[in-house]
Design a protein around this ligand. Sequence first.
Ligand SMILES: [Zn+2]
Ligand SMILES: [Zn+2]
Ligand SMILES: [Zn+2]
Length: 359
Amino acid sequence: MPQEELGYIELEWTCENCGSRNPGTRKNCATCGAAMSARNQFELPAQQERLTDQDKVARAAVGPDIACPYCGTRNLGNATACKQCGGDLKGARAQSSGGVLGAFDDAPQAEIKCATCGALNSARAAKCQSCSAPLPRLKTQAAAPTSAPAPAQTIPRAWLIGGVIVALLLCAGAMFLLFRSSDARATVDRVTWQRTIAIMAQMPVRDATWQDQLPSDAKVLGCELKDRRYSNSPEPNSKKICGTPYVIDQGNGMGQVAQDCQYLVRDQYCSFTRLQWSVVDTVTARGADLNPVWPALALQNEQKEGNRAEEYRVEFVSGKDRYTYNPSSAQEFARFRPGSQWGLKVNAFGSVMDATSAE
Ligand SMILES: [Zn+2]
Ligand SMILES: [Zn+2]
Ligand SMILES: [Zn+2]
């Protein structure tokens, strides 16, 4: 995702020696004079403010400071000799940089109350204007503490186990009923069959797709602009979308404000119709004998035959009970001559599982 630069802010650092906050460009602590060590990290300032001073902006772009290997003094990234001791800076280690310090937020921050004298100070101040006591770092940058989530309602373990056992028993019971079969002797009382053929024709079917993916035979009904994809550069019908600006440590007391942006590209999405083979009619033949036939098919122009379906049904009588069986093919159906005797396997739901000739 392309990154855009929105300017620079001055960071700050906290003195390891006395705990005072100092502006990022200061090399030595304003309170105790200790030098900022290479270990020490830059932080977001209490009050973020975009730099307008072009000298400071130019300085920010120089790159991370380098620490003198002889005396530890921070030098500008383009220095060749230490400004403190004159030592050669070739090969010296640069201050760490490139880390994201947090979100950019230049909204005015609340005033800080001095813990020593109670005076109110601007969020920008590192020291109390009234008594010069060091002011603590504002905590507003930290995430607001979230209250611990309420414990979820838990189902007692014993109930859970009990529920599982009941479910298993019910399941086993159903399987038992399904597979328990009883034998019955029965007579074929009635046979019926039904055969169906679908009739297909080319019909306009509605669909929708992107304009550049329309089938060649599509009849377009209408198009509208819709969000389609993201691009790294502006394109026709695109809208720029940027994430929250953030601050990147430059390693020299400055932070670069940046944001990631992309372009949401809209495109024409069209609804259309196109001819597709569809079922327009069915013809059916029915009978109550053992000689099923396919229905006569009279196709008109531009029509064709579709799927064929067949269904067979045998009704048995056994004393006061009646059973139904559906043979899977015409060959099997042909065996059930009305009046013939059969041995049936019947499950607990009254369905015939198997039929054997008893003659
Ligand atoms: Zn200090
Ligand atoms: Zn030095
Ligand atoms: Zn004070």
